[in-house]
Design a protein around this ligand. Structure first.
Ligand code: ADP
Ligand code: ZN
Length: 734
């Protein structure tokens, strides 16, 4: 009999594994890192085979039910990484392996049926002899020119209906064949490297030395927006490939960075593999195959691409390293930056973090004596000036009688751009924020009954919850005081669009938010229309703050800087500074200089003033003073423990039990400086009918507070069946 040790992907004890018998019909199909399905606590769960060994107890042994994948995308290095994640994020080894390996590919290697013309029919004479009907002729010509299209694509391109194609298939002139689906179109024509500026050259040289060195290292590239960080990345990768090693490049969200993807593909062609959430499992499988075999040497993707199964990893680049999307919000709540540092250590590789607005913690680590080397680029390419930033005090606008969304300064600036045929971007903090509905009489804000967050008013007069989708009509009278002074407060992207159309009836406005970009490819389409088409003003949310490089944009207007500023979180000033700097960085990237207008009710706030001067260092020092005074990271470490369940009393009871335990363990371990904060309702006290309470452990030493949490976790075991406990080490927000 054969027995295997399996790490099940459920939250069990951290390093707990279970034994199963391999039934005769599966023998030979199972090996280390096979993904299997096994019975566990009355249901079937997935897990990973770690090896063959005899079980400590034969009595309870059960059979492996099914082999899901003979070999998951794991290897010895990734296994070591999983063991590190267990200690770092307090998750089970099975959960760590599941996160690394991703979802199973299933049987699906994606094939599709495509159309090709039969051999030997090109040439005008031959075609004329074969088909008379002009539509058929056109379809045949298109099929000859672009073989391998799907039937519908061919019909569309040839501007005929599908029966025309069917007729040609029936005649035997076209054939339908099975082919592997192409994930990406052919790469754009190869673009040679740019001549480096002196600043770029210095940075690239340092990186080349680091890549040549046998020791792992980490670098923070602090380069102002438009300083040419991407070219630095490309050069570092080129050097890595020359040494026969692979590179992983992370971007915050790949659908938002089509320009970046194109630049990579025009340099490295098909050696680039893309990993992102829009790929089907089968497509991911195909890309991971190319990575595992070394056909793909450069992996470009969002957060989870950090786990790409590269056999010879040499370099990891994280662009916009300050972005919170690098933190996974489900368990295990890993941060891609921390995982990158660990993978680089396991591979003697190099980590390069890039940003114009580094995270406070990253910049702190890059100070003299810290673990990162600091690389800086202070100049924009071609000495283009950074845009001039003007702050408008909206309180004064109001006092002056302007109750509209746009200050007079912003109106004037927009009119000027339209007259000069230049482009403008209007930035709004988040979809719908603004359309919160408030009773002006009693101050009641309309909230979702399931999630306890503000409902937002949409164009159709319906109030919607952005967490659970709850919908309700906008009430006429206040449900709380019965008053009739119910008003929507602030503005959403739609309101801004209406206002622009009212002020400038003839201009071409485009709006980019979650509503207008939900369809695949619509994001790219809108951008193309704005950058190459006639679009004059682009209105957008967060998704336009990053990475856009459109030379004709000379004006960026920030409708309100206050939203991020007043978020109840210790990182709100940092978020505000980052966001304003990033948005401002979209202006003046071409030959003409740019201008930025920031509207706010809080014009003296230091994160706004330092953003105006493009002064990261001043911001950093001020913010560090605050953090130090309040003992927030990087002057402390935090673990957030979230309790959630349908019954609030159960949730509170579990949180209180944990609070007692943590306090006792803390005293036993002698961790006198550790603080246990809470229990308190979470920032969003209820989501989808589940109540949420939280505890925060705060202490000077990360290892120490993790240890306290780990002991409590082991003691809690399965004590609270109705309450889910989720541990967040180094949370990005409280
Ligand atoms: P960042 O990521 O630092 O904001 P980018 O990498 O997008 O900046 O570069 C800004 C612009 O400068 C891009 O259009 C890029 O093609 C151009 N650029 C970068 N390096 C050079 C160079 N060495 N010579 C000429 N143009 C460059
Ligand atoms: Zn009211």
């Amino acid at each position: 009999m054969q027995y295997v040790e399996v790490a099940v992907s459920v939250p069990v004890g951290l390093n707990q594994t279970f034994h199963y018998r391999v039934p005769a019909n599966l023998s030979g199909q199972v090996s280390r890192f096979s993904r299997v399905e096994v019975p566990f606590a009355g249901r079937l769960v997935q897990g990973f085979v770690l090896g063959f060994s005899d079980p400590p107890n034969l009595k309870m042994i059960k059979d492996v039910k099914r082999v899901v994948e003979k070999q998951a995308y794991l290897n010895e290095e990734l296994f070591q990484l999983a063991q590190w994640m267990v200690q770092r994020y307090l998750c089970s080894i099975g959960d760590a392996l599941q996160t690394i390996a991703g979802s199973p590919a299933g049987a699906a290697r994606v094939k599709e049926r495509v159309i090709v013309a039969i051999d030997g029919i090109d040439g005008d004479d031959k075609l004329t002899g074969l088909v008379r009907a002009p539509k058929q002729r056109r379809a045949l010509e298109v099929a000859l020119a672009s073989p391998g299209l799907k039937k519908s694509e061919l019909a569309e391109l040839a501007e005929v209906s599908t029966p025309v194609i069917d007729a040609l298939l029936a005649k035997g002139l076209l054939q339908e064949v099975e082919s592997y689906k192409k994930i990406m179109p052919d790469p754009p024509p190869r673009q040679e490297s740019l001549q480096l500026t002196p600043e770029q050259l210095t940075v690239v040289n340092q990186l080349v030395n680091a890549i040549n060195s046998p020791n792992p290292s980490a670098w923070l590239l602090h380069g102002v927006t438009g300083s040419g960080k991407t070219e630095v990345y490309l050069r570092a990768i080129e050097h890595t490939l020359n040494l026969g090693r692979q590179a992983i490049v992370l971007v915050p969200e790949i659908s938002l960075t089509p320009q970046m993807v194109e630049r990579f593909r025009s340099r490295f062609g098909d050696a680039v593999a893309l990993l992102h959430s829009a790929l089907s499992n089968g497509e991911k499988y195909a890309e991971k195959d190319r990575i595992r075999t070394g056909q793909a040497m450069v992996v470009l993707g969002a957060r989870s691409a950090i786990f790409a199964p590269t056999p010879k990893l040499g370099l990891i680049i994280i662009d916009e390293e300050h972005e919170s999307s690098y933190k996974q919000d489900e368990s295990p709540k890993y941060h891609a930056r921390e995982v990158a540092l660990q993978r680089a250590a396991l591979n003697q590789g190099v980590v390069l973090l890039g940003s114009a607005t580094p995270a406070i913690e990253s910049y702190c680590r890059a100070r003299p004596g810290g673990p990162y080397g600091l690389l800086t680029m202070t100049q924009r390419i071609d000495q283009r000036p950074l845009p001039r930033v003007q702050i408008v005090d909206m309180r004064q606008e109001l006092a002056g009688g302007n109750t509209g969304i746009f200050s007079l300064a912003l109106q004037r600036a927009l009119a000027q751009r339209l007259a000069r045929q230049e482009k403008s971007i209007l930035f709004l903090n988040r979809r719908g924020f603004a359309s919160i509905v408030v009773c002006r009489q009693c101050g009641q804000v309309m909230k979702c009954p399931h999630c306890d967050i503000s409902l937002t008013l949409h164009h159709d007069g319906i109030l919607r919850c952005h967490y659970c989708g709850h919908r309700t009509a906008n009430p006429r009278v206040c449900p709380s005081c019965g008053g009739k002074a119910i008003r929507s407060f602030g503005v959403g992207t739609q309101r801004v669009e209406e206002e622009v159309r009212r002020l400038f009836p003839d201009c071409q406005v485009l709006r980019m938010d979650a509503d207008t970009t939900s369809r695949k490819g619509s994001h790219q389409k809108l951008l193309d229309e704005f950058s190459r088409g006639g679009g004059q003003i682009l209105i957008g949310t967060q998704m336009i703050a990053k990475g856009l490089d459109i030379p004709q944009v000379t004006l960026v207007g920030v409708i309100s800087a206050d939203v991020t500023l007043h978020m109840p979180d210790f990182r709100s000033a940092e978020r505000t500074f980052q966001l304003l700097t990033q948005v401002a960085g979209r202006a003046g990237r071409g030959e003409k200089s740019g201008e930025v207008i920031i509207q706010t009710y809080d014009p003296e706030h230091f994160s706004i003033l330092t953003a105006r001067n493009h002064d990261f260092l001043s911001f950093y020092h001020k913010e560090m003073t605050h953090r130090k005074a309040l003992k927030y990271p990087p002057f402390s470490h935090l673990i957030k423990i979230l309790f959630s369940g349908l019954n609030e009393a159960d949730v509170i009871a579990a949180a209180e039990w944990w609070q007692d335990k943590l306090t006792a363990i803390k005293h036993e371990c002698g961790g006198q400086e550790i603080e246990i904060l809470g229990p308190a309702p979470a920032g969003i006290p209820k989501i989808k009918d589940r109540w949420r309470w939280q505890l925060v452990i705060k202490g000077p030493d990360s290892r120490e507070i993790r240890n306290v949490a780990r002991i409590a976790l082991a003691q809690a075991g399965i004590r609270f069946k109705q309450v889910a406990v989720s541990i967040d080490v180094d949370p990005v927000s409280l």
